[in-house]
Design a protein around this ligand. Structure first.
Ligand SMILES: [Zn+2]
Length: 252
């Protein structure tokens, strides 16, 4: 009986190793070693990168690390050199447990694509259930960790608002429940509005505003934390975008 049990255990451990499964108290990494381009020890590198980003992002936004074991996350990697996409399924409530799906290159899987998703993990862990930040604000924060090319593209889109593209509307963004990954216009708007709010007050205020958006209404949250109505935010943000654009056009 005992022998059979031990053999079964060895078998499970063997399968887990072959599947590239490594874990600690915060993350479980699923990266099948049979995938091409994955060097030996890659899962351990991915685990270390996820840990580092979890620590850095929590320090940056909450001035302290998350406790170990809170917001446990499984990261599933499918290697692709043609696709760079990711998705975080954040589940909160009594059991705070998340899943990150990465389809990307090994380089991005330990780089900016991973960091963007870990930002979702950290924010969803700190603001679980009813306090979850609005999706546009989570994207606005997470996208700050994106690669330079995505950031450049979004700046270009933002500069086209009011010219080649109509101004997107704050009230529509506040009502958004989903931001498709291909919708770069909404990403650009979310990032720009997040940046603008951070020029008005600090990160703590931004996060309190976000949590109140979910628990109350965005209008009330805006009035409480920024003392303005959505239409005022709309006009002030547009004015700020124009100013930033003018400064960018000045000779360096
Ligand atoms: Zn995202």
């Amino acid at each position: 009986m005992r022998l059979a049990f031990c053999l079964a255990c060895l078998c499970v451990v063997g399968q887990a190793k072959a599947a590239g499964l490594v874990f600690n108290e915060n993350f479980t990494i699923l990266a099948a070693k049979s995938q091409p381009a994955l060097t030996s020890g890659f899962s351990e590198r991915l685990l270390a990168a996820a840990e580092r980003y979890r620590r850095e992002i929590a320090q940056e936004w909450f001035a302290q690390e998350l406790a170990d074991g809170v917001g446990k996350t499984t990261i599933s990697l499918t290697v692709s050199h043609r696709v760079d996409k990711a998705f975080t399924w954040a589940r909160s409530g009594a059991r705070n447990y998340h899943v990150v799906y990465l389809t990307t290159s090994p380089q991005q899987a330990v780089g900016s694509t991973l960091k963007h998703e870990i930002a979702h993990v950290v924010l969803a862990t700190q603001f679980p259930g009813n306090a979850r930040l609005p999706i546009w604000l989570e994207e606005g924060i997470a996208s700050r960790y994106d690669d330079a090319e995505r950031i450049r593209l979004r700046k270009q889109i933002t500069q086209s608002f009011g010219h080649a593209r109509p101004w997107p509307q704050v009230t529509q963004l506040f009502a958004t429940e989903n931001v498709p990954s291909v919708d770069q216009t909404t990403y650009a708007f979310a990032v720009s509005l997040t940046d603008y709010l951070l020029t008005l007050d600090n990160r703590k205020t931004l996060l309190r505003f976000g949590a109140m958006c979910s628990q109350s209404t965005p209008d009330q949250a805006l009035a409480t934390h920024y003392q303005m109505q959505p239409h005022e935010l709309q006009l002030r943000w547009q004015h700020w975008v124009h100013q930033v654009e003018k400064v960018a056009q000045l000779p360096q």
